[in-house]
Ligand binder design. Sequence first.
Ligand SMILES: [Ca+2]
Ligand SMILES: [Ca+2]
Ligand SMILES: [Ca+2]
Length: 613
Amino acid sequence: MKTPRRINKSRALALVRILAALLLILGAAVLAFLVVSRPATAQPTARPQPLTPHFSTALAFDVSPALRNLPRVARPLIYPPDTLLEVRERGPEGPRAHRVKPHSADGALQLFSHVFSPTPTIPAPLLTFEGLSNLDNFNVFGFRVNPPDPNGEVGPNNYVEMINLVFGVYDKAGNLLVGPIDTGSLWAGFPIEDCTDPSGDPVVVYDQLVDRWLLSQFTTRGLNPDGTFNGLPFYNCVAISQTGDPTGAYFRYAFITAQPGTTSTFFPDYPKYGVWKKSYVLTSRDFGSQDEYGISVYALEKNKMIAGNPNARAVHFFIDGNDPDLLPLVGDGLLPADLDGTRQPKEDAPVPIVGTQDDNASYGAAFDALNIWELSIKWKANPEASIVLKTQLPVASFDSIFPCSPTSRDCLPQPGIVDPTQFLDILSYRQRPTFRLAYRNFGTYESLVTNQSVEALPGVAGVRWYEIRRTGGSYSVFQQGTFAPNDGIHRWMGSIAQDKSGNMALGYSVVNGTNVFPGVRYTGRLAGDPLGQMTLGEGTIINGAGVQTTTNSRWGDYTDMTVDPTDDSTFWYVNEYYEVSGLPLPTPTPPLPPPGTTAPWQTRIGSFKLSTP
Ligand SMILES: [Ca+2]
Ligand SMILES: [Ca+2]
Ligand SMILES: [Ca+2]
């Protein structure tokens, strides 16, 4: 184990540094945006340059006590009880897409012959139960946060959920076995203390190939409270369960995000992970301290990590988003393939990495497309790795720029809410697909499904979803659709996956301005159904009964549809909703919140199957 630089600052100060950014004036963020949005140093290149792999080994490693015995790092801080902190509200923002051409009609809008209503065709949930909530944050930290970043995955015996800023382990009946624990405690005692902060953007994935859990978060000590860089490094903190029991001990790793050849530090925002055959793959939206912007792609050496080898390696590529030719090809993020099922990709098959581009947005896309990158990696003594833009797949016209006002996050109305600053964030302007890129090998072809939020009809949010196939190494869009029944309900912040038969489930948030409170629903299709159609109607994980009243408007930033490895058929979905309203209450008054509550978001976990066995 290499000895990292020790950083000795108080826990309270660390929390303040991470989260107290809401105290800053907006002007600082605007200035940061202006500085990084169009750097004068950007040099156009004709085509994507060959990208150089940078290999490293984990900067720190150790073995944790069993999760159920870990000491708790977090100590409640004294805040007014109604304090709500936005996770990393101020900080590097990078480019922000805006509209450059008028609304485009959606070219893959699923048509309904009559007014859409939920049909009995889609099976009801087998089970739903309460996940973690903002009340857990209050109980652990003494304050609440937004957004929640809800995600979780199902394993043989457990469901593990991570949110900002806590996580928990459930059995499959929904009983909480361990937690809620502040995410930093997962790294309690770890040599790189940055990992012990409750920093956020957590991701958990279950690796059914080797029966292990991967839990992760980024670090934020390199950011000042005002979002500027202070010279400290950043890390991706990754914990791998020693066995299939997520309540047991973990092998803990930290991989630095520094880039060779520069003195900049790189903040790895919005990390997303995927399971592959011999690698864990992660992508992040990076901001360098010298105004660099781009997307990082990492592969982590899985076989050594699951063996608890301190010398597990990483390979890192940085794709420069300040290059105007590269910006549309990476946008605001790429998603790594995350393997479902047990049929593995071919030996040495490249890992698909997928982005999305929209010609309505200001990143320079000439047409609407999926951008397919391929990452190749061989973990030899002298490892080899490469990443290439494999192809661009034109897709049916879509429009990711929703009419939001007064800010780009004030988009979707809620019942009783008349102040548009409290409208919910659709987040569709971010030029990227949303978690996950669910991969499945069907033998004669490989299939990838993903989704993004769009303006499906003028002023109506919907979910564009895609099935990409790789056959003999070549990619095509096998089907695509936009799910937005014209029933006055907004659907967004989706996540999609396929079961072993190719049946597809799409979960998402719902809301409207009159009688649909923020809730969680799902739709689906069977493998043989007409292409591009979610044929089964709509099911409900949980109906909302309250509204979000915070003016930061944050929603998501992601949700998670996963597949039970036991039968490879049962879907498990997690998303946020409101059972009671935040304060101040809108009129008419929905259910009353607990005293002092400002943002009582909750999460709900639900399971369902689309076909009987
Ligand atoms: Ca998995
Ligand atoms: Ca478009
Ligand atoms: Ca707002």
